[in-house]
Design a protein around this ligand. Structure first.
Ligand code: SF4
Length: 330
């Protein structure tokens, strides 16, 4: 296999892949990553070539970090190597992945044990999936059974240590390789979704986006009503037309969700639905209001303006508002 192929399980994507095995890494660079790259390059020059940071391009604070890291590495890592490629394979020699930990070597306190060190900027998060792959690669290269995996969180002065074993790391790597290769689980929402290269084709991501859009559409209508006021809208044919179209769209959303039927069912079951009540109409027959008005016109009968229509079941859902007489009595 050529050296420039991409592993199916890139160590830096392992934390995201453990949360969603469909995650696809994309190229991105944040301010924290750029800072990490600068500090990391200076540490590497110091460790490999004993070249102290020239301060070029580094802030005073970053130079201080570099000095702290080199001091920590010299005190804890025997025969440190920086940026050296580690191949990670299964027991049959088949590739799991490959990668370059920031520092790898032997534990100064127990030279029969490997050590891998990652330098991280930004907020501390769970990166043990990445560390575990590097630890496995280091133990395979050093022929050791134990590893001390360490993260130095540069922005927080935190040293996190994870002592681990060959069997533990191998099991975790094989499990993850199987999930990523065979896509054994469905898509899972993760904190890495915003950086995932599969967003446009991901069903879960699209469902969430369309839900958000629908809510935003209703919000926009209500915002427009509040901002313009109905009287202003009523003065313009364009605004009235646009408003009624938007309103009809909002009604369609409510109709599609079956909210009126739900409210009726709750009220019929005796549950309170604030602002609404049921009015039972006598009998089960209903008549078209248009036909009733035509009959009244022909017969010279005067009908009240606020005719209430009934649903097919003879029960109408109406707004529960105080009647005019009640208001006057107050
Ligand atoms: S966008 Fe989809 S595929 Fe990507 S990590 Fe999120 S849920 Fe998984």
């Amino acid at each position: 296999m050529s050296d420039d192929h991409h592993p199916i399980l890139p160590p830096s994507s392992a934390p995201a892949l453990e949360e969603c095995c469909h995650y696809k890494p994309t190229r991105r660079e944040t301010a924290a990553m750029a800072r990490g790259i600068r500090i990391h390059a200076a540490v590497q020059l110091w460790l490999e070539y004993e070249q102290q940071p020239t301060m070029g391009g580094l802030t005073d604070e970053e130079v201080k970090r570099v000095e702290q890291v080199v001091k920590w590495v010299n005190a804890n890592v025997w025969k440190p190597c920086s940026e050296e490629r580690l191949d990670v394979v299964d027991l049959d020699g088949r590739e799991i992945t490959f990668g370059t930990p920031d520092v790898a070597g032997y534990d100064m306190a127990d030279k029969a044990r490997s050590i891998v060190v990652e330098l991280k900027c930004g907020e501390p998060r769970d990166v043990t999936a990445q560390l575990s792959l590097y630890a496995l690669g280091a133990m395979e290269a050093h022929e050791t059974e134990l590893c001390r995996a360490v993260v130095l969180w540069l922005d927080h002065d935190i040293v996190e240590e994870y002592p681990t074993t060959f069997a533990e790391c191998l099991n975790r790597a094989l499990l993850l390789r199987d999930r990523v290769t065979n896509k054994t689980d469905g898509e899972q929402e993760t904190r890495y979704c915003a950086w995932c290269g599969r967003r446009e084709e991901c069903g879960l991501w699209k469902r969430r986006a369309s839900t958000a859009l629908q809510v935003a559409e209703v919000d926009a209508i209500m915002h427009d009503v509040a901002r313009r006021r109905l009287s202003e809208i009523a003065e313009s044919p364009e605004l009235t037309g646009a408003f009624l179209v938007a309103w009809a769209a909002a009604e369609k959303l409510i109709e599609g969700a079956g909210l009126r039927d739900k409210a009726k069912a709750w009220l019929a079951a005796g549950q309170e639905v604030p602002g609404w009540k049921l009015r039972a109409a006598p009998g089960r027959e209903s008549v078209s209001v248009a036909a009733l008005r035509a009959w009244a016109k022909e017969s010279g009968v005067e009908l009240p303006d606020d005719l209430i229509t009934r649903g097919q079941d003879g029960v109408a859902l109406i707004r529960d508002m105080p009647s005019k007489r009640n208001k006057e009595e107050k």
